[in-house]
Design a protein around this ligand. Structure first.
Ligand code: SPQ
Length: 423
């Protein structure tokens, strides 16, 4: 059923966005592989992270959901059991690809699949480098059959800038005979490295090079998950573009590998501050204060891309309302997300009369022109739905979304928070 976006005239107040999705996944996975009990607060109860919990429960890990916290009763690196059925990862690329790294080195076989979108997303990018460690994974797309086997260390130069591929290799490295060295092309989110170090793993990071050595047990930790900057991004754009607005987004993770949107907002001239900066369980966090701003177009490309890849659809919304031209390049990875996010953004934005052009690795947007509402297609992609809701709010006239429920993947209470800020 089509979902009507109700219009607000300004957006003011405080919002606490849900826990970081990347950190929530890793907290469950590494908690399961650690010895002892890991208590996770601020965990994202979105569909993707619940898929991760479900997969580990199927492998014999006891995981309690006590409302305020998730408690993972870890069984150590060799404590997983063969699941009695196929593991189902839903819509979650992170669950699927990180599991490949963990399962490749087990002494049992596993089958993994996910929803229709997951079955279209490339798995070769993770299976191929894992095979250089001796992994046996059948299939370039889900369903995958993983034959657990002995792995060997390797020295590997990454060909894609992907935290999921990097993490799968690091996790496989925990099970390998010998050292694994991974050279990243561009630095991607490093939550795995930070968490593994805190758990006592033998892991070193030197610039874009990561070395992991097997043999050490992981120690369970208490993990406090900060708010997800990828979810905060929607309210950053709303607050900046909507007139007479000021939004305070509390407790947002500002790990430097994730803050590309803050750099872009500065370049666009946003009226924004970071308050209450602190470090929570090894991850930096702050409150983001964002006010109505006169934005200007900018150039986005190069090594900033992995630091803002998931925010690009909503950054494109900001560009529509900025004076001048915004060029996004080097963002071809957007084509292999939940949907092709370059094509989807361009096609949907065109419905509003926006001057936007698709390029091979991004898009060009000429901003500051009239924008009319439209009936939008979300492609079942949570980030498209949330970005289009912001675009709809800022456009003239009425708009609808063909699907609002997909936001549950990363932000189940998105629309409640969105309207609570409205006047
Ligand atoms: O988990 P999934 O489905 O891949 O989620 C997305 C998202 O928009 O939420 C991508 F579609 O985030 C990825 C992100 O793009 C989460 C992630 C991680 O936690 O390691 C890394 C990024 O993907 P990649 O392919 O660059 O490694």
């Amino acid at each position: 059923m089509n979902y009507n976006i109700k219009k607000i005239t300004s957006a003011n107040g405080t919002v606490t966005v849900p826990g970081d999705k990347s950190i929530s996944h890793r907290a469950v996975m590494l908690g399961a592989l650690a010895d002892g009990t890991t208590r996770i607060t601020g965990f994202l109860r979105g569909a993707d992270c619940l898929s991760t919990i479900d997969c580990f429960r199927k492998m014999g890990i006891e995981i309690e959901d006590c409302g305020g916290e998730i408690i993972v009763h870890g069984k150590g690196l060799h404590g997983l059991n063969k699941p009695s059925e196929m593991l189902y990862t839903g819509n979650s690329g992170t669950t699927t690809r990180l599991l490949c790294g963990i399962l490749a080195g087990q002494d049992f076989d596993t089958d993994i699949t996910g929803d229709e979108s997951i079955c279209r997303r490339p798995m070769k990018r993770v299976c191929e480098p894992l095979s250089l460690m001796g992994a046996k994974i059948d299939g370039d797309y889900c369903p995958l059959h993983i034959t657990g086997t002995r792995l060997r260390g390797m020295d590997y130069k990454m060909t894609v800038a992907s935290a999921q591929v990097k993490t799968a290799l690091i996790l496989a490295g925990l099970y390998a005979d010998g050292e694994t060295v991974i050279h990243e092309k561009e630095k991607s989110r490093d939550h795995t490295e930070l968490m593994l170090k805190a758990m006592g793993a033998d892991l070193t990071v030197d610039g874009n090079d990561i070395t992991v050595r097997p043999g050490r047990k992981l120690r369970a930790q208490n993990i406090e998950v900060p708010g997800d900057i990828s979810s905060a991004a929607f309210f950053m754009v709303l607050g900046a573009v909507m007139p007479d607005s000021c939004i305070v987004i509390k407790n947002v993770g500002i790990n430097p590998t994730r803050t590309g949107i803050i750099d872009v907002f500065k370049a666009m001239g946003a009226d924004m501050e970071l308050a209450n900066k602190r470090t929570v369980a090894g991850e930096d966090a702050a409150d983001i204060v964002i006010r109505s701003s006169k934005l200007k177009g900018t150039q986005i490309g190069g090594d900033i891309i992995p630091r803002l890849i998931d925010e690009l659809p909503v950054i494109a919304v900001a560009a529509v309302f900025a004076e001048g031209t915004t060029v996004i390049r080097d963002a071809q990875e957007l084509k292999v997300k939940e949907t092709n996010r370059i094509r989807a953004v361009v096609d949907e934005f065109k419905k509003c009369g926006i001057d936007i052009t698709e390029t091979a690795d991004g898009m060009t947007i000429k901003g500051g022109k009239p924008v009319k509402g439209a009936d939008f297609k979300t492609y079942g992609d949570h980030r498209m739905a949330m970005s289009l809701a912001i675009l709809a709010q800022l456009a003239d006239g009425e708009s609808t979304l063909d699907d609002s429920e997909c936001v549950a993947v990363s932000y189940p209470a998105y629309f409640e928070d969105f309207y609570r800020l409205g006047n």
